[in-house]
Design a binder for this molecule. Structure first.
Ligand code: IVH
Length: 679
């Protein structure tokens, strides 16, 4: 048995180190160590915490994985209402706002804090005694939903504060899904026939309002903090700009594109700059927010209804355009899906020429009533691939043609619909929205399977992308993903436009990929309907590829989110001789096909708490949040199932009931001990 104090010290040291690297990576976007080194530190910490669960605390960096689903979110009363913003759509409207605030304050010169208006959702984060206690949505501005569990999974939200932080305070900011994460999520949903998110905002809101925070944890959400709600116990700055600098010093993520400007002309310029450059940003912005910098003047100006007079959203023009839909083409996806896409008369939208756009699936085309020949609205929202929003009905001439995928791929020789790449039969499984090429050896599919296997979200083999996969296939060096592990440096170096150095790098990347977690392999295999999130669930549940391969339909549907469609797809995949052979060869090559760490229980898993009376050190909401963070649950009433009744000052009738039922009663200090806090 090790000296416990020493272990505790080691754990704290590791946490501090990991928190530092989290901060470098997620807040500053400037990592100091490699992913592998980071994973190593995390593994070490996890192992120690598993061995010594008495030292596990909710603010540990290992506790960002999400917890068991809740039935509904609790309600949080905001200490101060969360306001929204008035809009200006033109320079004139901006100037009108400026002359209003001039008149109201009698001033001509202002400092303005200018920020990007990110299209996400507003959240309020409360900290008490150095810990994140509550995270809430805006709701109606007065009362929001308690989504602490979900927000804890966002790596750029600090779980704990340095000593200098105020005792209690609240910050507000915008949670968002970067464009790349949005595209990936929608692509996965399209393949699974799920309804698509209309924009990154909806996707972020959908992710954050998941009852199962493990799903939230899988989405690459991020946050920028834009306001200090209130603070107690420490003096805080008197301007918006300094407040942001101050919050940065506490470890919060603040947008580096914020500017402090001293005239309305400069504001106009800032707006103009970002209208031009918005496309280059990794997140979706719909305008800028102009804030009077002095908090004193802000108070003086006040608000009308929900809208402060001291700030305004100066919106960007929408990036949409209209053009003619010349035709609908079909490409073959990695799982054999036949994906329709729009072939457009080239049009410039926000400075970029668009010739093609996504159409997702036949149902979607019908629902939007898009016909070939239509004038359509195209939009470049968070998309790398632009999207057709819908037809302009008033421009119809009557010559437009409805689209049918079966007709489109109909082969006159074979007298049936055929895969446009390999001419194999086309199938549409019962209840699905996608059509598929039935030939697993279809070259278009193989190339995309290799590309997918090597992609960042899967085995992360840098250097193997679209063109390299195509080349490897063409040269006959690979026919399936297992062949990647037989490649030699010489073979790679002999490829067109590939030097010795790149070939070496690829070999290293291939070797490193053998240590990727099981979930990545499961995802990388490209089983139909299995996205990144589902792969994680499967890997956790089954623990090894062999167990997954053996699983029956019943075993699979045990998992709450696995329906018969997904189960059948997994079974069909492992039933194929060819796939089983590939897995055996991956095994021989040394690819990790088992979960590294066993699934772990949290210290309070299965424990149900009821609280009665007034607590001293914690508010009710904080106590509940922290119990849940350690895997416990809280209820309003004492029943046979209650594990502990927490008895505060002036307890109510619950105490008598607990005594009658023989339920264990604990004081607040004991609760704090269970929560891993010194008393
Ligand atoms: S300040 C009174 N700053 O825009 C202050 N809001 O339309 C209101 N938003 O609910 C918020 N980026 O969700 C502020 N830099 C920013 C923002 C921002 C995005 C959102 C926020 C708010 C909505 C108001």
């Amino acid at each position: 048995m090790k000296d416990l104090d020493k272990v505790k010290g080691e754990i704290e040291q590791l946490r501090a180190e990991i928190n530092h690297h989290n901060y470098r990576y997620y807040v500053l976007d400037s990592p100091e160590i490699s992913d592998a080194e980071y994973d190593g530190l995390m593994r070490e910490l996890k192992e120690l915490e598993e061995q010594y669960p008495q030292f596990l605390t909710p603010d540990s960096p290992t506790q960002r994985v999400g917890a068991a689903p809740v039935e509904a979110f609790g309600v949080v009363e905001h200490p101060f209402p969360l306001l929204s913003l008035g809009n200006a759509f033109s320079k004139e409207e901006l100037l009108a706002w400026y002359s209003r605030i001039s008149k109201l304050t009698g001033k001509q010169q202002f400092n303005f804090a200018c920020e990007h208006k990110i299209d996400g959702l507003a959240v309020a984060l409360s900290y008490a005694n150095g810990q994140l206690t509550i995270g809430a949505t805006r709701g109606d501005g007065f009362r929001g939903e308690n989504i602490t569990q979900n927000l804890r999974t966002i790596r750029s939200i600090p779980l704990s504060m340095p000593k200098e932080a105020p005792t209690r305070f609240e910050v507000r900011g915008e949670v968002f899904l970067p464009k790349a994460g949005f595209d990936k999520l929608n692509q996965e949903r399209a393949e699974e026939g799920l309804p698509l998110f209309a924009n990154p905002r909806n996707a972020a809101a959908g992710s954050v309002r998941q009852l199962d925070s493990r799903i939230t944890a899988k989405r690459p959400l991020d946050i920028y903090i834009y306001m200090l709600g209130y603070a107690e116990g420490k003096p805080t700055p008197v301007t918006q700009w300094e407040t942001m600098e101050y919050l940065k010093s506490l470890g919060f993520k603040v947008n580096p594109n914020n500017r402090l400007l001293s005239s309305i002309e400069q504001v106009e310029e800032y707006h103009h700059t970002w209208v031009e450059r918005r496309e280059s940003l990794p997140y979706e912005v719909d305008g800028i927010v102009v804030k009077v910098d002095s908090l004193d003047l802000q108070r003086q100006l006040g608000a009308i209804g929900h809208e402060p007079r001291w700030a305004i959203a100066y919106k960007f023009p929408a990036i949409q355009g209209t053009t003619r839909l010349i035709d609908i083409g079909i490409s073959v996806g990695r799982t054999g899906t036949l994906n329709p896409y729009a072939i457009l008369e080239p049009v410039s939208v926000g400075g970029v020429t668009i010739k093609q756009a996504a159409l997702h699936n036949e149902d979607d085309i019908r629902r939007k009533d898009i016909r070939i020949g239509d004038t359509v609205i195209v939009q470049r929202a968070g998309e790398v691939i632009p999207e057709v929003i819908g037809p302009v009905i008033s421009k119809r001439t009557g010559k437009e043609k409805e689209f049918s995928l079966e007709e489109k791929v109909f082969d006159t020789e074979k007298k049936r619909p055929a895969c446009p790449e390999c001419k194999a039969e086309v199938i549409k499984p019962e209840g699905e929205v996608m059509y598929y090429c039935s030939n697993a050896a279809c070259p278009a599919q193989i190339q995309q399977r290799i590309e997918h296997f090597a992609s960042r979200g899967a085995m992360d083999i840098r250097g193997i992308g679209e063109s390299q996969s195509a080349m490897l296939l063409r040269e006959g060096l690979v026919k399936d993903v297992a062949d990647l592990y037989d490649l030699s440096q010489e073979q790679l170096a002999s490829l067109e436009r590939m030097g010795d150095k790149s070939a070496n790098n690829i070999i290293t990347a291939i070797n490193n990929s053998k240590r990727q977690p099981l979930a990545r392999v499961v995802f990388g295999l490209g089983i139909r309907h299995i996205g990144g999130e589902m792969a994680e669930l499967l890997a956790k549940h089954f623990g090894s590829i062999d167990n997954l391969a053996k699983a029956s339909r019943d075993d699979l549907t045990q998992i709450a989110t696995v329906g018969p469609k997904i189960a059948d797809s997994i079974i069909a995949f492992f039933r194929q001789e060819e796939n089983r052979r590939i897995i055996e060869r991956l095994k021989t090559a040394g690819v990790r096909l088992e979960e590294a760490v066993k699934p772990k229980e949290l210290p309070l898993t299965g424990k149900e708490f009821v609280i009665t009376g007034r607590l001293e050190a914690l508010s009710r909401d904080e106590a509940e949040a922290r119990i849940k963070a350690l895997g416990g649950s809280t209820k309003d009433n004492v029943t046979q199932k209650t594990s502990y009744l927490v008895v505060g000052a002036d307890p109510g009738s619950k105490l008598a009931k607990a005594q009658a039922l023989g339920i264990e009663q604990i004081k607040e200090e004991e609760l704090l001990q269970l929560l891993g806090q010194k008393t």
